[in-house]
Design a protein. Structure first.
Length: 206
C-alpha cells in the first residue's frame, strides 16, 4: 500500500545554549524527509551565520511590511528583536508529506498550535544544569557579555514553559538526546490521524 501522510511540524524549543541548534543540524543530516524552517529576524547576523540559511536577516521596515501582508504564520519579539516564520514554505512542505523542524521559542510554539494543533509535535530541550547552560553561552562568545547576561536571566522564564510541550528531554548526552528525538519522530509519523490512505485501505478491508 502506498500510504500517503501529511507532513508534521516538529518544534524544538529550549533556552538559548541548551544545544538545540546542534541537535537540529544533526537531525537534518540524518533524515532527508525533514527540512528546516528558516525564520526571518531583525537581529544582527552573528559571524558564524549565513543569510538565507540560518535566518533571513531583514531590517525592521521589510519585516513589518511582510508581516502586514500575511507573509508569516507567527511572529514574536525576543530580546528586543523580531522573529517570524514564513508561511508559504510550511504550507507547501506539509501538503507534500514532508516534515519541518522549527527552532522557535514557546511563544511561536503556542501560535503554531493555534495554526494547526494536529500537525504539531513539540519537544522541549532542557540543559543538564544552570552551570552548564551558562558555560555553553559563554563558550559561544558570539554575543556581547551583556547579551549573555540577558539570555541567562531569560532562560529560567523560558524553562517555565516546559509543561506546555508534548515531550521534554534533558540534553546531558547529545547522542542519546538525538536518538530520543529520532524515536519521537518515528512514532509520530505512524500516528493514525497522519495517515491519509489508511482510511481507504480499511474501507476496502471491511
Ligand atoms: P537566536 O537569536 O538565539 O537565534 O534566537 C533567539 C530565540 O528566538 C530562540 O529561542 C529561538 O528559538 C527564537 N526564534 C527563532 N526564530 C523564531 C521564530 O520564527 N519565531 C519565534 N517565535 N521564535 C523564534
Amino acid at each position: 500500500m502506498n500510504n500517503k501522510r501529511k507532513g508534521m511540524m516538529i518544534v524544538l524549543s529550549s533556552p538559548s545554549g541548551a544545544g538545540k541548534t546542534t541537535l537540529c543540524k544533526k537531525i537534518l543530516e540524518n533524515d532527508k524527509n525533514i527540512s528546516m524552517s528558516i525564520s526571518a529576524t531583525t537581529r544582527p547576523k552573528r559571524k558564524s551565520e549565513i543569510d538565507s540559511k540560518d535566518y533571513f536577516f531583514y531590517d525592521e521596515k521589510k519585516f513589518f511590511n511582510y508581516k502586514k501582508n500575511g507573509f508569516f504564520i507567527e511572529t514574536a519579539e525576543v530580546f528586543g528583536y523580531n522573529y517570524g516564520t514564513p508561511k508559504k514554505f510550511v504550507e507547501e512542505k506539509l501538503t507534500k508529506g514532508h516534515d519541518i523542524i522549527f527552532d522557535i521559542d514557546w511563544q511561536g510554539t503556542q501560535k503554531l498550535a493555534s495554526y494547526s494543533k494536529t500537525d504539531l509535535v513539540s519537544i522541549f530541550i532542557l540543559p543538564p544544569s544552570t552551570k552548564d547552560l551558562e558555560n555553553r553561552l559563554k563558550k559561544r562568545a558570539e554575543d556581547s557579555i551583556n547579551t549573555v547576561k540577558k539570555r541567562m536571566l531569560k532562560a529560567k522564564a523560558e524553562i517555565s514553559h516546559w509543561i506546555e510541550y508534548d515531550y521534554v528531554l534533558i540534553n546531558d548526552n547529545l547522542e542519546l538526546c538525538m536518538k530520543n528525538i529520532q524515536n519521537i519522530i518515528f512514532v509520530e509519523r505512524l500516528k493514525r490521524h497522519r495517515q491519509f490512505s489508511i482510511f481507504e485501505f480499511v474501507e476496502n478491508l471491511i
